[in-house]
Design a protein around this ligand. Structure first.
Ligand code: SAM
Ligand code: SF4
Length: 355
């Protein structure tokens, strides 16, 4: 019987963090997420020669959901409200590219006024941020994370499929200028593609006053071409940073935090390493994910999803939605199985699940 008013799984973990994917569409085609061409998809098999000279042959996009299958703002707000009544404190909007969702600031305004939402953040590739910035802040957004894998214009284009470095850098500056700081920047590190930029990205964080998180490449790419050889491990990232900087460990009060963090001595800049592949943090996971089409995922690597949209579109009470959420959470996976013989990549990819 489910008696606790909180979302507790069978391993005793309490869910506090809900990541909401607001769209599965994206204006970028990152090689590790939603590659645009066969060559980009298999960049690590071909030793990267192909994407230096990409062929125009495009891969069809994974099936996008018709708009009627996508949750409305009212529906997302309702799920967030129910989640908050069950102990969720932190909401992160993601995608796909969340800034592609029309009137995203309207959704932010709705969520920002829910009593109990302690943190409201958004993860973006940053390309459209400049034109949206004041509206997002005024709507009540508290924090923003940008994805930035390279400071070299050609390499940025190779990795994201778009010539957008200047726009993203301008977006980061604007977020800082309008008070959406401290800004976080996420960089997925891929061997032989941008691992040579780890130190320069960290140096940029020092110079420009943002925090940077280096993320291990995970098997969630739409081409299913992930190989462990392309993963630059958290250990290796730390070694490279340690050769260039004096690092001081920052202890976190929050056991569920995914990043291990360091301050670069003599500066206010912080570097973090998120190493889900080689140093899993499943034991402290407090996250749930809601997909744009209304499915709850209890793990990035879940092989099953739980539909809430059907309930919302029938005459279902909040009480029943809450009960269903608690049932779903009770079955949350203990851990992921990356690197083990029984590992199976989920059908949906990062661009649909939301990072
Ligand atoms: N489009 C937005 C962006 O790129 O910031 C939000 C969605 S994106 C799926 C969220 C995060 O997932 C990004 O920081 C991205 O770098 C990361 N990501 C995507 N595919 C990944 C993969 N295969 N391994 C590790 N991180 C990945
Ligand atoms: Fe789009 Fe973000 Fe995936 Fe890049 S990582 S393709 S920006 S969803």
């Amino acid at each position: 019987m489910l008696t606790s008013p909180l979302l507790i799984d069978s391993h005793g973990r309490v869910m506090r963090d809900l990541r909401v994917s607001v769209t599965d569409r994206c204006n970028f085609r990152c090689v590790y997420c939603l590659p645009e061409t066969e060559e980009a998809a298999h960049f690590y098999r071909t030793k990267f020669d192909a994407i230096r000279n990409p062929s125009p042959k495009k891969i069809p996009l994974p099936a996008l959901h018709p708009r009627s299958h996508i949750l409305t703002f009212e529906e997302i707000e309702r799920i967030v409200r129910v989640g908050v009544s069950l102990g969720i404190q932190k909401i992160r909007l993601t995608g796909g590219e969340p800034l592609l969702r029309k009137d995203i600031e309207g959704l932010i305004a709705r969520i920002a006024t829910i009593n109990g939402v302690e943190d409201l953040a958004l993860t973006t590739n940053g390309f459209l941020f400049l034109r949206k910035a004041p509206a997002l802040r005024d709507a009540g957004l508290k924090r923003i994370s940008f994805s930035l894998d390279s400071l070299d214009r050609d390499n940025f284009k190779r990795m994201t499929g778009r010539d957008g470095l200047d726009e993203v850098l301008a977006g980061i500056r604007e977020a800082q200028r309008i008070g959406l700081g401290p800004v976080k920047v996420n960089a997925v590190v891929i061997r032989d593609l941008n691992d040579g930029e780890i130190v320069s990205l960290a140096r940029r964080a020092v110079d420009d006053g943002f925090s940077i998180r280096f993320i291990e490449f995970m098997p969630l790419d739409s081409s299913r071409a992930w190989q462990k050889e392309a993963v630059v491990t958290g250990r290796e990232i730390l070694d490279r940073l340690s050769t260039a900087f004096e690092l001081e460990r920052v202890q976190s009060a929050n056991a569920s935090e995914t990043a291990r963090r360091w301050r670069i001595k003599g500066t206010s800049a912080e570097v973090g390493i998120i190493a889900p592949v080689t140093e899993p943090f499943c034991g402290h996971c407090n996250r749930l994910r809601l997909t744009a089409d209304g499915k709850i995922r209890t793990c990035l690597f879940s092989l099953v999803e739980h539909d809430l949209k059907g309930m919302l579109r029938s005459d279902c009470t909040d009480h029943l939605v809450a009960r269903r959420l608690r049932e779903i959470v009770s079955g949350k996976e203990e851990r992921h199985h990356i690197g083990e013989e029984d590992f199976a990549q989920p059908e949906r990819t990062m661009s649909c699940i939301g990072g």
